[in-house]
Design a protein around this ligand. Structure first.
Ligand SMILES: [Zn+2]
Length: 288
């Protein structure tokens, strides 16, 4: 018996519901509640799923950055406001000062936190099993905001969304192959993560037909995975947050205030942190 987790960054509950994507929905599905988090940011929420806790050291870095960039200081849950200010700052400040300011006051939070869980030795879902596989998870062992991605995002804001799209889809294809390989081996816990949807969805949230095609592809991926699993195998699908259109956002949209969860067992979770305890419980059951 194996447990497979498909971690699809930014999979939006409302779109899965609206388009009635039954493979993604599985037997039971729900929104997850993100109200524990002061900022809705990717590494913080994946970190909570892997460790069962909100990791304060990640949250603090993002809150600090958000306060620095935010117009209001209080409404920091969304990246949108920070983004606009950051853009103005970039235009106004000479590059030397700009680099100094950003490095001193707001160091790249993704770079600082990408492997914090391993570095600090937190107990994770991977500690409950002998044979596990993962392909890189934010805050555990993956930086989702590499220089390459940042550059493509900048280009997309200026109108070239195609380059980002090509990059994201290429990455998805590669990661899908890795998942299919891992599924055929005898791991007890497989945690597959993909950032491609978060990257592209900021810009595609208002391009419904293009987005529908991507969601249909993901729905079909779940079908393919299900066919490869045995009857007793467990399949969980999770997202950290969704995406919604935001008026005035230069990208088109930003993270929504809920995540997604589904299971082939009928089990549900309320918060991202609950995934850790659900998997821990399963591990104990399996070991009897
Ligand atoms: Zn995300």
């Amino acid at each position: 018996m194996k447990i497979v987790v498909l971690g699809i960054d930014a999979l939006e509950y409302d779109l899965v519901e609206e388009w009635n994507l039954k493979h993604l929905k599985q037997k039971s599905y729900c929104k997850t509640d993100l109200s524990d988090f002061d900022v809705i940011t990717t590494p913080l929420i994946w970190g909570a799923m892997v460790t069962g806790k909100k990791l304060k050291e990640i949250e603090e870095i993002y809150v600090k950055r958000a306060r620095f960039f935010s117009k209001h200081g209080t409404t920091i849950r969304r990246e949108q406001e920070q983004y606009v200010i950051a853009k103005i700052l970039r235009r106004l400040l000479p590059s030397k000062i700009k680099n100094f300011v950003s490095k001193k006051i707001v160091p790249d939070p993704f770079k600082k936190t990408y492997d914090i869980i391993q570095k600090r030795g937190y107990t994770t879902i991977f500690d409950f099993f002998e044979k596990t596989w993962n392909n890189g998870i934010p805050a555990y062992n993956r930086n989702v905001s590499t220089e390459e991605v940042k550059e493509l995002m900048e280009k997309a804001v200026k109108g070239d969304v195609k380059s980002l799209y090509n990059y994201s889809m290429e990455l998805y294809k590669k990661e899908k192959e890795e998942l299919l390989k891992a599924i055929s081996k005898d791991y007890e816990l497989i945690f597959w993560y993909t950032p491609f949807l978060d990257e592209i969805e900021h810009f595609y949230i208002n391009k419904r037909l293009k987005l529908l095609n991507i969601y249909l592809e993901l729905n079909n991926l779940v079908k393919v995975i299900k066919e490869k699993l045995n009857e007793n195998d467990i399949l969980y699908i999770v997202s950290d947050h969704g995406m919604e259109p935001i008026e005035g956002d230069p990208r088109g949209g930003d993270h929504s205030d809920h995540g997604f969860f589904s299971s082939n067992t009928g089990e549900l979770i309320q918060k991202p942190q609950d995934l850790f305890y659900l998997i821990k419980k399963k591990a104990e059951e399996i070991k009897g």
